[in-house]
Write a protein that binds this ligand. Structure first.
Ligand SMILES: Cc1cc2nc3c(=O)[nH]c(=O)nc-3n(C[C@H](O)[C@H](O)[C@H](O)COP(=O)(O)OP(=O)(O)OC[C@H]3O[C@@H](n4cnc5c(N)ncnc54)[C@H](O)[C@@H]3O)c2cc1C
Length: 272
């Protein structure tokens, strides 16, 4: 299918982009890498009046260290972040997750912020931002605000972003010494969306486990540094709490089993 007709605006600056959003209101949509937006248009799941292309805004194409976080601009592609030499040291969790995000081809167009804005419950990047307690920076013609990842993604494909706002950056806290990081997922084929994705951080006193693909947004749980049967019991209780759902890809029961098994695996990996 082909999309319905829409107007296209190539923004050269953030000011131009937010002015377009302010003028057109809910009829306007941002186009970043187009890796989700173009299929959405082709399937006619959205019929925007105006597409505002931010992919060539130079001021949004950056990776910088700012205080205790790595800040990534909204035009920065996933491939650029993956190729950043400091990634494994600064944000090891994201370094482990990014190879699971789609394919070489989709990562070379898709952006970090586009994935966050799209808010698919199975997506690896929103899970990483939530796990690390990161934040997003939103901008509109009337100002800028920051939101914690937990407050930004409100459910399946939905966020707290207003129609007149765009994401201008995401902030991933820099790795802490003494904390281990691990990521894994089960997908039908490499590059497919995860059936279940899991991320763990483990320090001397705390285990943090995040799960994507089971609830309508990434879900995080924290325990003391438990092990053995106590950890198995906690994982089992967490799997039941998440519930899961049956669909064409997997049953709820299979999803719960993945939470237990992959959860255990990433916690052990992050511990070492
Ligand atoms: C074959 C294939 C496999 C894939 N596999 C995976 C996978 O395994 N895991 C995964 O996570 N993703 C996967 N994806 C999706 C991919 O990661 C997308 O790149 C990502 O979801 C969206 O990023 P984008 O820059 O392409 O955004 P776009 O497609 O341009 O936009 C996506 C949505 O976000 C909005 N948006 C984008 N940027 C902004 C912004 N700065 N401010 C406000 N709103 C914005 C758009 O309006 C749109 O609603 C896959 C895609 C394809 C085609």
């Amino acid at each position: 299918m082909k999309p319905k007709a829409f107007d296209y605006m190539r923004a050269n600056s953030v000011d131009e982009a937010v002015a377009g959003l302010a003028k057109t209101g809910e009829g306007a949509r941002i186009l970043a890498g187009g890796q989700s937006m173009v299929p959405i248009l082709n399937f006619r799941l959205a019929d925007p009046e105006l597409l505002i292309d931010i992919s060539r805004i130079k001021e949004l194409d950056y990776i910088k260290i700012d205080g205790n976080a790595v800040q990534i601009g909204a035009a920065t592609r996933q491939a650029k972040v993956m190729a950043w030499p400091e990634l494994a040291d600064r944000i090891p969790l994201l370094a482990k997750a990014l190879p699971h995000v789609g394919h070489f081809q989709t990562r070379s167009r898709g952006t970090i912020c586009g994935s966050l804005a799209h808010a698919d419950p199975s997506s690896e990047i929103p899970l990483c931002l939530a796990m690390l307690d990161g934040e997003v920076i939103l901008k509109s013609a009337s100002g800028e605000r920051r939101l914690a990842a937990a407050d930004f993604q409100t459910g399946m494909l939905s966020t707290a972003k207003r129609d007149d706002e765009m994401l201008v950056a995401a902030r991933f806290p820099i790795a802490e010494a003494g904390t281990g990081y691990a990521f894994d997922e089960m997908a039908q084929r490499r590059g497919d969306f995860a059936i279940v994705a899991v991320a763990a951080t483990v320090s001397a006193s705390k285990i943090r486990l995040g799960v994507g693909g089971v609830a309508d947004k990434p879900t995080i749980v924290e325990w003391g540094n438990i092990a053995g049967d106590e950890l198995d019991d906690a994982l089992n209780a967490f799997a039941w709490e998440l519930g899961g759902y049956d669909d064409v890809h997997a049953t709820a029961r299979y999803r719960r089993e993945l939470v237990r098994r992959l959860g255990r695996r990433v916690i052990e990996e992050a511990r070492t």
